[in-house]
Design a protein around this ligand. Sequence first.
Ligand code: MN3
Length: 199
Amino acid sequence: MNFENYYPFTPAPLPYDFEALKPYISEYTLYFHHDKHYKDYLNKLNELLAASPFMQNVPLEVLTKTENADLRKNAGGVYNHELYFNSLTPNYKEPSAKMKKLISDSFGSEQNMRNKLIDTGTAHTGSGYIWLAENPNGILEVLTTPNQDTIDFDKFTPLMNIDLWEHSYYLDKQNRRKDYLNGIMNILNWEKAEDRLER
Ligand code: MN3
């Protein structure tokens, strides 16, 4: 967990250009997603915390688990989007040999893992995220969460997440979430996933 990340939150720049993920995600989608949706969550979170001084030194990951529904939703919106934008890259590199071994130990093969991500994300009802995460036994799992919820950080180490909210793909793919997920497989950031695993 990152205990250095607390109020006041400043927006993280998109780690690539708006056009960089074409043809899988358009510049329109990324612009609205980063500059409107993500920043709205961040601004709202700062507003809520400005009015709650006793919560201002609580780290972001802990805020995503707080009992206050408004704080939890907006903290989740910040955490989830920062992880999502960093789960993608225009400079795709294959998983390292070590990561490939972990993937095949966990899912049987890389293709099985991709199918699991695509099928789980396609089957998920409504808004939310899919996650690739390491469980307490050191095995990778695909998890889903609704809305802006986060996974159980006490048990799981998140390697990456994929936004399933319609604003992630509707401008580009309309209702074809599976096409969006298929495309995403070409822009996953395995280098950053491996960094998170080793941290
Ligand atoms: Mn989103």
